[in-house]
Design a binder for this molecule. Sequence first.
Ligand SMILES: [Zn+2]
Ligand SMILES: [Zn+2]
Length: 387
Amino acid sequence: MRGRRRKGKIAVMGGITGLLLTVIAMGFFPDSGEGRNTGESTGAYVESQDIRDGKEELEVHFLDVGQGDCTLIRCGDEAMLIDAGDNEQGTKIQSYLQNHGVDDLKYVVCTHPDEDHIGGIDVILYKFDCDTILMTEEEKDTDTYRDVVNTMADKGYQRTLPVTGQQYSLGDAIFTIVGPASTGSDSNNNSISLVLEHGENRFLFTGDAEEEEEEDILGSGISLDVDIYKAGHHGSRTSSSENLLAAASPLYAVISCGEGNSYGHPHAETLNHFRSMGVKVYRTDEQGSIVVTSDGSALSWNCSPSESWQAGEPTVSAASPETVPEPESEAEATGTADYVCNTNTMKFHLPDCSSVAQMEEENKLPTNAAKEELMNQGYAPCNKCNP
Ligand SMILES: [Zn+2]
Ligand SMILES: [Zn+2]
């Protein structure tokens, strides 16, 4: 889907990527199976393969679990689950998986031990054969957390600690751990974060990571440039920082949150960022479960993006929910905009710069945003027109 940025390099990249993966599989993490993981050595690391072949379809299901997170990812005959909603969701998720013919899970990722993420995990661990269970070492003094660890003990499962840079294969797809860099006392900022890659399509999952962890993720040195961003922390303003969004530059964002949730998710600030960047938004509170399928280059969705731009309504406020205004810039013709950004080269120009005339239409983003704001978003001024 990132064809506009990557096409033409694919043939070359194929060989290089294949080679790199071989190198990674052979020696990059020689002792991580024993040294950093408390559990069984996974044997799940990427094998030598050319992901650009991407023959098996990848399906990503963002399940509607109300206020919480649950993502099912399938590629070929392998499946993984990231989080499982709150305690009420376990059996519903179980049915969803069974209805989709999932009998075992190669990976279960518990991003962090908050109830809206691990509440249903105990049911999943009981009902499905699970291979690798990725969890941080953070422990929580809650019944929900104890249910998870007790279930793991009953089933003889052990946790595998996330290691930034570690790669795992799922059918023809691979995912790379990009966070957390360390675990502290703040659960949200301990969220296991990962980049999933299937052919040309890339996805970013950050759990409930807030700006603090987002900075660590940015510092991981792993490319965060993605097509689909699962909005951090249910679309909260404390996540999806400008720096992260500039690096990710997603085409689509998926927000998992409950209708009428008490936090006011998604927050207007987050929606505003997405809208001003031209990001198309999908939301489980409005659209139910959202499914996107990748064939390695094209993406197809089970529904159209949300057009409501309606922020959540915090219960403390009696005001009617905020609708994010349409950015002035987006509808502007190039001639009346202050600047024209090139979303491919990440440069911005004056509208009459000769580069603008040569720019491909699909890379052109006219804007009235301030110069500083553009630079914060990762754009650099053109050397020719000195905007
Ligand atoms: Zn959460
Ligand atoms: Zn949380």
